[in-house]
Design a protein around this ligand. Structure first.
Ligand code: HGY
Ligand code: MN
Ligand code: MN
Length: 415
């Protein structure tokens, strides 16, 4: 098949996987749901059909291994995730997994003898929608899984431990699923940009230089519930008004940093919500991102102080729980240089970008050199059903990735 035919085959599998959803009207496939489990089975089958040593590990990652014929070979992991946000696009995650499968299939057909193993991984929980965790799959394969998370509960009160067991995983074997640190050669992830630069500048692909750090915080405002018709306004301790004031303060703080930092409150939950009840307890989630670790820490301290000030003025209290802190990650220069050579060899100009979105590469960066290829997406839209990628850009990414793997093999053979 030529690159265009391969790209069409990738696109049809992306659409096939997108049809496996918790909601028939949109794409939603969150960690551990029955749709997620069906999606894993579909990807496992594709890996088996490609002749890979395929399995689903204890955290629900789908893993397909193509061993090298050379003894003591190290492993290049090609990966992305197959869990999604709610009402998601089709490409965020699955693009990297399904393109990885295409790459391996065609390397096999070339009868190439790579000096390294390739392991293709479909990570199980990059988005962290169900447990507000994130990177569960990639922390497991890097041996960094935090077992304290096993007791976290989802909105139905189900623990992560039980969700893993329901998927057939053994929480006591999570550590055994890690790829030993000395086995790693590197990590390659293909992902949509999820931003507007490539679309605005009419560029199909880019090398990712680095990935922003990400802090996820849960803020719970405690006021006093009451009757909406009888409590005088000046006597109220309205937790939702406090949260609203906080949310606008978060937005102001983000705007003041002209995109060196972005800050978002993505969820607000009013406990025992009713139209005739003054909200007594409100929980919201804060997401702060920056490539500047110092600025991230400053943001956390500043916004925590803002929450305290709002509570003092309104006579409320607030809980401030840090759910996750991921530092900014630099992509590996040597691998990124080979990727840039692949872009040039495919006939495209080399563009370097920083990722505001988080990726599993953030976790892998702690144990191995990582590199990422961005693919243009329609207006940069993502985490939204209008997320879209052109077949021609998938074809471009296939060409670039094939050049990259061949160059990596050449470099590695000379060692
Ligand atoms: O939130 C993120 O940046 C990623 O999509 N999980
Ligand atoms: Mn993603
Ligand atoms: Mn995402």
């Amino acid at each position: 098949m030529d690159h265009a035919q391969r790209a069409n085959a990738v696109m049809s599998r992306i659409h096939e996987l997108a049809c496996i959803s918790e909601d028939p009207h949109c794409v939603t496939r969150t960690f551990g749901s029955s749709a997620f489990i069906s999606g894993c089975s579909k990807v496992l089958k594709w890996m088996q059909e490609a002749g890979l040593q395929a399995r689903i590990d204890n955290i629900g990652n789908v893993r397909g291994r193509w061993p090298s014929t050379q003894p003591n070979a190290r492993t290049l992991v090609i990966a992305s995730h197959i869990d999604t946000v709610k009402n998601a696009g089709k490409f965020d995650g699955p693009l990297g997994v399904i393109m990885g499968l295409d790459l391996i299939t065609h390397l096999q057909q070339e009868r190439i003898n790579l000096p390294f193993n390739i392991e293709l991984i479909a990570f199980s929980d990059e988005e962290g929608v169900r447990f507000h965790t994130t990177y569960l799959g990639s922390t497991a394969i890097t041996g960094k899984f935090n077992s304290a998370l096993l007791d976290k509960t989802d909105s139905a009160g189900i623990t992560l431990r039980n969700a893993i067991k329901t998927m057939g995983g053994d929480v006591d074997q999570l550590a055994a699923d890690a790829i030993p640190e000395d086995e790693w050669l590197g990590y390659y992830e293909i992902h949509i940009e999820q931003g507007p630069v490539l679309y605005e500048q009419h560029i199909p692909v880019a090398v990712v230089q680095g990935i922003a750090g990400q802090h996820r915080i849960r803020v719970r405002f405690h006021g006093m519930g009451g009757h909406a018709g009888t409590v005088p306004m000046e006597m109220r301790k309205d937790a939702l008004c406090a949260a609203a004031e906080f949310i606008l303060a978060v937005e102001r703080f983000g705007l003041e940093h002209n995109n060196d930092l972005v800050a978002t409150v993505g969820t607000v939950d009013v406990k025992d919500a009713a139209s005739n009840v003054i909200p007594g307890e409100v929980t919201c989630t804060l997401d702060v991102r920056s490539t500047d670790q110092v600025l991230l820490k400053k943001a956390r301290r500043y916004l925590k102080d803002i929450a305290s000030q709002i509570c003092a003025e309104r006579q409320l209290t607030a809980d401030w729980d840090i759910i996750q802190k991921a530092k900014p990650v630099e992509c590996d220069t040597a691998l990124s240089h080979l990727l840039a050579q692949g872009i040039t060899a495919a006939g495209y100009n080399v563009k370097n970008l920083v990722s505001g979105a988080g990726h599993d590469a953030v976790m892998v960066g702690a144990v191995a050199p990582v590199c990422m290829l961005f693919v243009r997406c329609y207006k940069g839209i993502s985490h939204h059903p209008e997320e879209n990628v052109e077949v021609a850009d998938i074809a471009a990414a296939i060409q670039v990735s094939a050049h990259f793997i061949h160059r990596l093999a050449e470099v590695y053979k000379k060692r």
